[in-house]
Write a protein that binds this ligand. Structure first.
Ligand code: HEM
Length: 439
């Protein structure tokens, strides 16, 4: 095990945690690194075999507790966002709904919502109200997810309130995420806004859950499938569990997807040759029509570009775990209670796993490209907690890129270089504004 002393670790991590972790990872040679930060001493894993052990082989020993997870449960409850038996139950009911095959049922209604939302972005720009890139992508993604989850039962007004309330609640948790050791009984700033936002979310989601239940089986939207799902004892999820899982998926799905698309437009802006190839593929496959799921198989290069974007800029840049029982990995003792850090951002830039890791090269993901360790590339995590939304994300992102490029010419105004900033998700420092002009 390597150790990084506090006088080296603390200033570097405080100044620029991403660059510091990238450097520490590159120097580790695959050994576990103990980051001595004084009060806490997390262990950074950089060997894909070790990552595989923690995420896939021993998930009961490396659990999703502490740090980020505890405060999130105040918003998302004890279902898919937790761990243990409640998580297991939600996971087994949700898994069949999110396979590549099942998500196709919602893609065409999603495509329709995407078309509408993209057209509004263009209209806003034309009317002199250009939309900030992250905000614009969040609007498009949220509209698409609302349609996938609720079909057309949620009005535009309700969707607006729900979107704002979910972001307010998430942002208001910032203090609890920063101070995870403060008990819930102690009030922190943000608590009031949090409770107000949760009341707004519940006032919208619960009536839809009840209505979907009353309407019975038959709907293809995700909410209908969730209320119809039964566990191995034939039991449905309670209203509370459906609410918790729906909110969890909105939180997990909206920000990560919107930020990935934000990075994508920035990457295309910086790599005009790649942008020209993506545009040519969309022209060839979609032409000037509205993209649908029937076009997805033809958008293979677009998919490779998205995969390479998620290599350099994985929205889920950190996957923390808490050690529930001590372990020994390659002779290094891992004590119970330790925090283990797994960082897709670091893994995706390790020079021993990737040739010229800093270079943007979608060909790494070509079907004929060489094989790599499964845990060298993990934008969606791995093992039993692997992202449920990965198929939905890929289809949704391809549809959004195609909807933009088939009709419009995107330009970025005021965006900075491709430099990331670590918050709960990975954000660009200066994303700028997106202008769409009709072609
Ligand atoms: C670019 C987009 C996305 C990225 C980068 C991403 C990333 C991730 C990662 C890294 C995890 C693993 C967390 C862990 O192991 O602790 C995860 C889990 C999860 N994601 Fe995603 N995600 C994305 C989109 C979505 C979407 C669209 C949805 C749903 C609509 C979704 C739903 C979930 C859920 C429910 C989990 C928890 C699964 C479990 O613990 O069993 N994600 N995601």
């Amino acid at each position: 095990m390597q150790r990084v002393a506090p006088w080296r670790a603390v200033p570097a991590l405080a100044r620029d945690p991403l660059t510091a972790l990238e450097r520490i990872g590159a120097a580790s040679g695959g050994e576990i690194v103990r980051l001595n930060l004084g009060v806490v001493r997390p262990l950074l894993l950089t060997n894909p075999d070790h990552v595989q052990r923690a995420l896939r082989e021993r998930p009961a020993q490396y659990v999703r507790e502490g740090m980020l997870w505890k405060p999130l449960r105040r918003l998302e409850g004890d279902g898919i966002a937790s761990d243990g038996p409640n998580w297991q139950r939600s996971r087994s009911l949700l898994q069949p709904i999110f396979t590549a095959r099942s998500v196709t049922a919602v893609l065409d209604t999603m495509a329709d919502a995407i078309e509408g939302a993209v057209a509004e972005l263009e209209a806003d720009g034309r009317a002199g109200r250009p939309v900030a890139l992250v905000e614009g992508m969040t609007r498009v993604v949220f509209r698409a997810l609302i349609r996938a989850f609720f079909a057309d039962r949620v009005s535009a007004e309700e969707a607006g309130v729900l979107g704002a309330a979910i972001s307010t609640a998430f942002a208001a948790l910032g203090w609890r995420i920063a101070l995870p050791f403060v008990p819930d009984s102690v009030r922190l700033p943000g608590d009031k806004a949090f409770h107000r936002a949760v009341r707004q979310i519940d006032a919208i989601v619960y009536p839809h859950v009840r209505r979907a239940r009353d309407a019975g089986a038959g709907g293809h939207d995700i909410l209908s499938l969730l209320v119809a799902a039964r566990d191995e004892h034939g039991q449905p999820l309670t209203d509370r569990q459906v609410r918790d899982d729906v909110v969890s998926m909105f939180v997990a799905g909206t920000e990560a997807t919107a930020l990935t698309l934000t990075w994508l437009w920035m990457v295309l802006d910086a790599h005009q040759d790649v942008a020209a190839q993506v545009a040519a593929e969309v022209d060839r496959v979609v032409g000037g029509s509205a993209p649908t799921q029937a076009h997805l198989d033809g958008l293979g290069y677009t998919k490779m570009v998205l995969q390479e974007t998620m290599r350099l800029f994985p929205a889920g840049w950190l996957i923390p775990r808490t050690v529930a029982e001590p372990d020994v990995v390659d002779g290094a003792p891992i004590p119970a209670g330790a925090t283990v850090l797994i960082s897709p951002y670091v893994m995706h830039r390790l020079p021993n796993l990737w040739e010229q890791p800093a270079r943007f090269d979608p060909a790494r993901f070509a079907p004929q490209a060489g094989r790599r360790h499964r845990y060298a590339y993990l934008p969606f995590g791995g093992g039993p907690h692997q992202c449920l939304g990965n198929h939905l994300f890929m289809a949704e992102a391809q549809l959004i890129v195609a909807a933009v490029l088939a009709r419009y010419r995107p330009t970025l105004v005021g965006s900075g270089p491709l430099v990331a900033r670590a918050t709960a998700a990975l954000r660009p420092r200066r994303p700028g504004t997106l202008l769409l002009q009709r072609r």
